[in-house]
Design a protein around this ligand. Structure first.
Ligand code: ARG
Length: 615
């Protein structure tokens, strides 16, 4: 539908220009061409689109909006391309233009999507290639846990949301760098190494000498000592300096600790089928000095109580005091913000010395919003952003328990991700066994295991993605595993059921239907019932929804769409006969079943959710 909408937009713009040539020329001169304000129709009875531009132009054109609308319609009537696209436009209310796409075109669009693996979604890679270039990389910085600390539910959110965004961007044809900005550098290593030297020196020389759980506990102890004990603090700082200076013993210890955490993180990524390239904070260590030099050269650096800072514009702290981004501490050390500045500089710089990215997306909890606003501003003022480049923070809310408080186990401990995923899968398995018993079905253990794992992990992902990410999110196994409502189990069942209908219909017709190439279905498809048209229109929205997620970075829009699509399908299937209908209605309706199943599958795939053949 996006393609049709774009064609329509062009036609309306041309009509406006022809109807009001002088005003149009002046508007172009002023850099704000007359806008027909094309938007999807607010109600199905208004058609497919409406153009509200006449209302906004009334004042500048000195004409009543209805007159403007009439003038546009008169121009459209003379455009054969418009007549090929739309039925007669209708002027409504004070001057809205209601537009309906010709039904045969909608049917042809549906027909074209059968057997099209992209389901009508254009690829920017093709566009770029046809213009003789290549699309610039997009970076998604996500997951990014910290070494020697447990990966927590906040990192799980970042992992799930970041992966979904990366998938949508990849599907749109962008080269995507999925970067894991692991916290693997800085003060924490000084503390940990100093503490381990005393309590578990073997951990610094031998791989896996202590287990990761112990390491996390050691980290907590080290942090406590660091906060309470000045002598310890001094030693820990020396230790960081040694490490940053490349001392081989420190580096070896650091390498061992990183390896051990990394393997633990990888287990979670493997279970969730998430691909990430690790490029931790340490990667930017060699670039930190250059950041300071660049900022100094740009005249942004101020020394305040021995620390090198950049004071932010437009933000202030308590009592209106200007807020700094501290780039280098008085002891010479760098911090989280410095690393992020170096990362921005590197990511935007052209290859080979950088990534050459034009869009950099950061998926972290909303608590880091001011950190990112600060470093983004400094980067912009330093002149590191090439034309057209954007830095975007994608914030998300906290994960809470059902009591609305921070998510904890019954015993009050922080929830381990592994346990959380295990529980989702176990609960699914129990539900599935109960259902099989009720239905007196016997299935192989391998089947039960596969279904429970797929549904359990899908439920965890979908529950997270289907919320507007900005709000806090209440984690509830009962809700995410429910078979009704906007949940993964509901959608996975819908896919199985709808694909089943399409398949059965095809087999009854002798196997020709839905062969994956779009063959066998009537051509053209023929529809007559309002429920069919409602489903057709909803199916054709898929490309616009994908484009919206690409821009707004809100995966919940895709979730709502998939849920709505399955409901529109149910209404169609309840009210219109499919398998018992006569040709060509039967084949046309089966085509709708096929395309609904394919759209749900592809949509869930873009969310990182695997579907099932049977469950
Ligand atoms: N390691 C950080 C944390 O656990 C997240 C890093 C996000 N990415 C970044 N470029 N700062 O909170």
């Amino acid at each position: 539908m996006l393609r049709l909408a774009q064609a329509l937009d062009r036609q309306l713009r041309a009509a406006l220009e022809m109807a009001f040539p002088q005003a149009a020329a002046a508007a172009i001169e002023a850099g704000a061409p007359l806008d027909p304000q094309l938007a999807p129709a607010s109600k199905p009875e208004f058609g497919d689109f409406q153009a509200n531009g006449a209302l906004g132009l009334a004042r500048s054109l000195g004409l009543p909006p209805r007159k403007i609308a009439e003038a546009i319609v008169a121009q459209l009537a003379a455009d054969p391309a418009f007549a090929a696209l739309c039925l007669e436009p209708v002027i409504a209310g004070p001057g809205f233009l209601n537009l309906t796409i010709r039904p045969e075109l909608l049917a042809a669009e549906v027909r074209a999507r059968l057997g099209d693996p992209r389901l009508g979604v254009p690829s920017v890679a093709q566009d770029a290639a046809s213009e003789g270039g290549a699309a610039a990389p997009v970076i998604v910085d996500f997951s990014s846990p910290n070494i020697a600390k447990e990966m927590h539910v906040g990192h799980l959110r970042s992992t799930i949301i970041g992966d979904a965004l990366a998938r949508v961007l990849e599907f749109r044809g962008h080269p995507v760098l999925r970067l894991n900005h692991v916290g693997d550098w800085g003060t924490q290593f000084g503390m940990l190494i100093t503490h381990l030297k005393e309590v578990a020196p073997e951990a610094l020389t031998t791989a896996d000498a202590v287990d990761l759980g112990d390491l996390v506990a050691f980290y907590r102890e080290a942090k406590k000592r660091f906060d309470d004990d000045e002598a310890f603090q001094a030693t820990a700082r020396e230790e960081v300096v040694k490490l940053q200076g490349g001392d081989p013993v420190s580096l070896k210890a650091w390498g061992l600790l990183c390896d051990q955490s990394r393997r633990e993180f990888q287990k979670i990524y493997d279970r969730l089928a998430i691909r990430l390239s690790e490029r931790g904070e340490s990667f930017y260590n060699p670039h930190l000095e250059a950041v300071v030099a660049d900022l100094a050269a740009a005249g942004l650096l101020v020394v305040d109580q021995g620390a090198k800072c950049v004071f932010l514009e437009g933000v202030s702290g308590k009592e209106g005091a200007p807020l700094p981004v501290i780039v280098q501490k008085s002891d010479g050390g760098f911090n989280y913000a410095t690393t992020d500045l170096a990362a921005i500089r590197y990511r935007l710089a052209p290859a080979p010395g950088g990534d050459g990215a034009r869009r950099v997306i950061y998926v972290t909890d909303a608590g880091q919003a001011s950190h990112f606003a600060g470093v983004f501003q400094v980067a912009r003022r330093a002149g590191w952003l090439p034309a057209g480049a954007s830095l975007e923070h994608v914030p998300f809310g906290l994960v809470q328990g059902e009591d609305g408080k921070k998510l904890k186990t019954r015993a009050g401990d922080t929830v381990r991700l592994r346990d959380l995923l295990d529980e989702a899968v176990e609960r699914c398995e129990a539900d599935l066994r109960r259902r099989l018993a009720e239905e007196e079905r016997t299935e192989e253990e391998a089947f039960i295991h596969h279904v429970a794992t797929t549904v359990g992990l899908a439920a965890v992902k979908y529950a997270d993605l289907s919320q507007n990410r900005i709000t806090n999110y209440q984690f509830s196994f009962d809700r995410m595993l429910a078979l009704q409502g906007n949940t993964a189990p509901y959608l996975l069942y819908a896919v199985v059921r709808i694909a089943g209908i399409a398949r059965r219909g095809g087999e009854l017709a002798g196997g020709g239907l839905g062969d994956g190439q779009g063959g066998g279905f009537p051509d053209p498809l023929q529809f007559s019932e309002p429920q069919e048209w409602a489903l057709v229109r909803d199916l054709l929205k898929f490309d616009a929804v994908v484009a919206e997620v690409e821009t707004d970075l809100l995966p919940n829009r895709l979730c709502s769409y998939l849920f709505e699509l399955s409901q529109v399908f149910n209404r169609f299937y309840d009210q219109v006969p499919v398998l018992k209908a006569e040709e060509p209605a039967r084949g046309s309706r089966l085509a709708l079943c096929r395309l609904t199943a394919d759209t749900l599958k592809l949509g869930l795939g873009l969310l990182g959710i695997e579907t099932l053949e049977r469950m």
